[in-house]
Design a protein around this ligand. Structure first.
Ligand code: DGP
Length: 207
């Protein structure tokens, strides 16, 4: 049986990732392609609960510790992700390792190389759609939750970090267009990648 693809949407807070993840899963399922949604941080796990408390300012932890917790939160889901992909189901993931490095480099003030290391060996995304949007437009979008990292200056540097992390599997998508225009671009890429990786093994990140 051919495997599913690991598709990731990345971007700053409020870039529209969650909307696009849902639309993509729905569109793939409508086309008869098995696909499931996932998001990181996964706040439903024990580690995710600590992350959730940190993000909502209910606990204080050193930034390095937080970084490792975010990574651990991804690692604890690996077996399930791998099983799902091997069973032929595509995963559409809202944030993954690039968020880990892009955010941690700001909060820990360490370089991106250091920040990438804990995620080395995770299942590698077959595709990363990076939703980019002007920082000032971002600031005017509703739905800010006043969580820990939701500050304009912080988000600006995160956006710069994302671009430094860009690899061949990435596509930069202008997110300040109509929702359906953005969706159609992502869907086109997703269909191409799902077909391309059918017979390929799941790669490991940064290896
Ligand atoms: P979200 O649930 O997508 O709104 O993410 C919550 C916040 O956590 C958001 O400000 C982005 C940040 N974040 C997501 N993943 C990571 C990560 O791996 N490391 C760090 N330091 N921050 C992250």
């Amino acid at each position: 049986m051919s495997r599913g693809a690991l598709l990731v949407l990345e971007g700053c807070d409020r870039a529209g990732k969650s909307t696009q993840v849902k639309k993509l899963v729905q569109a793939l399922n409508d086309l008869g392609i098995p696909a499931q949604e996932r998001r990181f941080p996964d706040r439903s796990t024990t580690i995710g609960t600590v992350i959730d408390q940190f993000l909502s300012n209910k606990n204080d932890l050193p930034p390095e510790t937080v970084h490792l917790l975010f990574s651990a939160n991804r690692w604890e889901c690996v077996a399930h992700m791998q099983k799902t992909l091997e069973a032929g189901t595509t995963l559409v993931v809202d944030r993954y390792a690039a968020s880990g490095a892009a955010y941690a480099a700001v909060s820990t003030k360490k370089d991106l190389f250091w920040c990438k290391e804990p995620d080395r060996g995770l299942p590698a995304p077959d595709f990363v759609g990076f939703l980019t949007i002007d920082n000032n437009v971002l600031a005017t979008r509703g739905g800010w939750a006043n969580e820990r990292f939701e500050k304009q200056e912080f988000q600006k540097i995160v956006a710069e970090n994302f671009l430094k992390l860009k690899e061949d599997t990435w596509k930069v998508i202008q997110a300040d267009q109509e929702v359906d225009v953005v969706h159609n671009q992502i869907l086109k890429e997703a269909l191409r990648v799902i077909k391309d990786v059918e017979g390929q093994p799941i790669k490991k990140l940064y290896e």
